[in-house]
Design a protein. Structure first.
Length: 416
């Protein structure tokens, strides 16, 4: 309904200057001190004579100018106009590969979401080249035959079960998922029959070694700057949006005169074909680098429906942990009937096939839980994850409840 220039205006205002919080001040101080990466323009824009502190104003006039060009001329300003020329100049200065022809030829792809049914809910999930939708669907299909409520969410029994489903789903992710314009993704991945086959080796008393799930692969011994927001407007239109520049501050190269950071998204490709390691490097063919190919991401924006009406909008940053952060929120909502605040606050777990270990958030009974899991043969480590800002829409009253995740900065805002 709004004109394009109106949509961009708040971003222009932020670029012209905003007061930073303590979290951003800390990250800026760390990254500016690191002389190993980035260019002089990055240091010029994000450096400061004194260490950054909460309340300081960060001004980015070049970025504001770029956004005004995009507000006036749309995508053409970025892909063909003055901004494109600045990008190419930066590429040439840094031995980069992107040309004006590459930028002009780029097209965004709009793809159909994955639709999954789970315990009376319908979930709209992102399709490849995001791995989040299929990997999450694999987990939920594996877990649906089990009565999760029989044991508490943070119990050893539930944690073991969910982690084993995560392990198997991430193994399938590594084997098969990539850009669907380049690889054929098996249709059977989303079937209940395949889920049953994957869980046939599950032992409630014992961990399944990760290497045994992919005997055909040779396994070698061997921070994120993603943002998620959830929005519901007055008419019920829902947006679940995850976007990324990959690592913290991307590759720390700012396009001179344009004011924005370039990403280092290339690290999401399997950049060592054939080398899959126990430390978590994946080298399977589906996601290897190729010209024009889009890399596999872990982004998992989700909209949950009940009787055709949206009831939950969620997602998270966090690299590969994104998928399991979202799974934790969804399982607490759909299996344990938690309200949105409880679901977002609930302790999370992460298992990504390799490294072969369960990552748990700190919690009061962590030591007892870790001991019980180790008795089942699991390796356990303590680490926080995610930032799942979520909105619940009451199925009866349609009242919206926003739950900002307390793990990182963010807030829930409602307007009448």
């Amino acid at each position: 309904k709004l004109k394009w220039a109106e949509v961009i205006a708040p971003a222009v205002q932020l670029a012209e200057g905003f007061k930073i919080d303590s979290g951003l001040a800390k990250r800026l101080n760390i990254v500016v001190k690191d002389k190993k990466a980035g260019n002089a323009e990055f240091t010029r824009i994000f450096g400061n004579e004194q260490p950054w502190k909460a309340g300081d104003e960060l001004k980015q006039p070049d970025l504001a100018k770029t956004l005004k060009m995009i507000a006036a001329d749309g995508a053409k300003a970025f892909y063909e106009g003055d901004v494109a020329k600045k990008i190419v100049a930066e590429m040439k200065a840094s031995d980069g590969l992107v040309s004006l022809a590459d930028l002009k030829a780029y097209q965004a792809k709009v793809r159909e979401p994955i639709l999954l049914s789970y315990r009376g809910y319908e979930l709209l999930l992102p399709p490849p080249p995001s791995s989040g939708g299929i990997t999450l669907a694999l987990m939920l299909n594996m877990l649906e035959p089990y009565d999760l409520k029989k044991n508490a969410w943070a119990s050893a029994e539930t944690t073991h079960l969910v982690a084993e489903a995560m392990k198997r789903a991430f193994c399938e992710r590594a084997k098969y998922l990539g850009d669907p314009d380049f690889v054929s993704i098996p249709k059977h991945l989303l079937t209940q029959e395949h889920a049953k086959k994957l869980m046939a080796s599950f032992d409630p008393a014992k961990a399944t070694p990760s290497a045994t799930l992919a005997p055909e692969l040779e396994i070698h011994d061997g921070g994120s700057s993603t943002t998620h927001f959830s929005i519901v407007d007055r008419e019920g239109m829902c947006v679940s949006n995850t976007y990324t520049i990959e690592n913290t501050f991307g590759c720390r190269v700012v396009v001179r005169g344009a004011g924005f950071i370039l990403n280092n998204e290339m690290t999401d490709f399997n950049h060592k074909p054939g080398t899959t390691t126990k430390t978590g490097m994946i080298g399977t063919e589906a996601n290897t680098i190729s010209p024009g190919k889009r890399m596999l991401s872990s982004m998992t924006p989700v909209i949950v429906l009940k009787n055709g009406q949206p009831v939950l909008v969620t997602g998270s940053p966090g690299g590969r942990t994104i998928i399991n952060t979202v799974a934790s929120v969804l399982l607490n909502t759909m299996d344990y009937d938690a309200d949105v605040r409880q679901a977002v606050d609930a302790p999370r777990l992460h298992m990504q096939w390799f490294p072969d270990r369960i990552q748990l958030e700190d919690r009061p009974a962590f030591d007892d839980l870790a001991k019980a899991l180790r008795a089942k043969g699991q390796t356990v480590m303590k680490l926080g994850q995610g930032d799942a800002h979520s909105i619940w829409l009451d199925p009866k009253t349609r009242v919206r409840t926003g739950a900002a995740d307390k793990r990182l900065s963010g807030s829930a805002i409602g307007e009448r």
